[in-house]
Write a protein that binds this ligand. Sequence first.
Ligand code: UFG
Length: 340
Amino acid sequence: MSTQQPANLSPRGPVLVPGGAGYIGAHFVRVLERLKVPVVVLDNLSTGHRESVKATFEQVDLGDRAALAGVFQRHKPVAVVHFAAKCYVGESVTEPAKYYRENVIHTWNLLEEMRAHACRDIVFSSTAATYGEPRTVPIPSDHPQNPINPYGRTKLHMEHMMQDYGHAYGMRTAALRYFNAAGCMPEEGLGEDHEPETHIIPLVLGVALGRRKSIAIFGGDWPTRDGTCVRDYIHVEDLADAHVRALTKLQGGTSAIACNLGTGNGYTVKELVELARKVTGHAIPVEVVARRAGDPAQLVADGAKAKELLGWTPKRSGLEQILKDAWSFMQKHPRGYAGD
Ligand code: UFG
């Protein structure tokens, strides 16, 4: 399967990718490499995997300003695509300090080093969690942003910080609000490998793999077609392609972009499990348990703005394809990257 070719991305120097050893970042880096764009990955490896990176690599924490300045001096990046962040809603409620430090303060460090080194283009990972409980579904990109947990609030702070830096200092910024990132590029040896894992697809496939006996479905009494939550699953290769397009736009002079990245198709948890049974050929027992605090009933993107601004539509994000890709990686790497 080939990545859609966006309009020419030919930066005059390397693209710096904080968080490029993480799940989504590593996929983006591999897509950039396919496009022969020079790239430098920066990651503290707190959750990322060194094994997933072939590109030039700097093990640096964004909290270390001196080390970060050294990276800018050595590599002279012309743009930044920023994936480094903490991303667990539940953890953000119990440990907000970690989220404000790693997501907000570390992003401020990054923006300051960009400013100091005249690097003005940044694309970064925002999230559907910045909307909070949606008033309308599908959720348009101009829906009010009222996050309901610290994770969503830190991501909204990041968006605001970038807008302000854009107005005051001429930085060009793209906030890409992901819905449920999923799938992988097993043909590149890339997959999803979190410890602990909280995301539904690797958990469901883990049951098929025999790692656990059943999957707990959080709530069977939601106001949806079968009582389970509806989500919009978007393939990481499609996310990567949208980042390439956003960066191309910024480099071409566009000053600010903010849009959803989703498919517009919602699946219930039960529908997802049923499809996973079909893809894996395993029974996958389920147990319906209490709702998980903080889960909205439905999150589905209205993707019109990404299509209009970036010319982007998802290509690999059918849920069956997502499950096939994730299953392929998990079968080849049953213990994740560490087992290689
Ligand atoms: N779910 C279960 N059982 C599980 C795990 C998840 O039923 O063991 C359900 C959840 O309740 C939810 C759906 O499966 O309805 C998807 O849950 P995930 O944990 O995979 O993903 P979330 O929708 O909670 O989170 C995603 C991103 C977050 C982002 C959020 C936006 O991973 O980073 O969307 O609200 F903040």
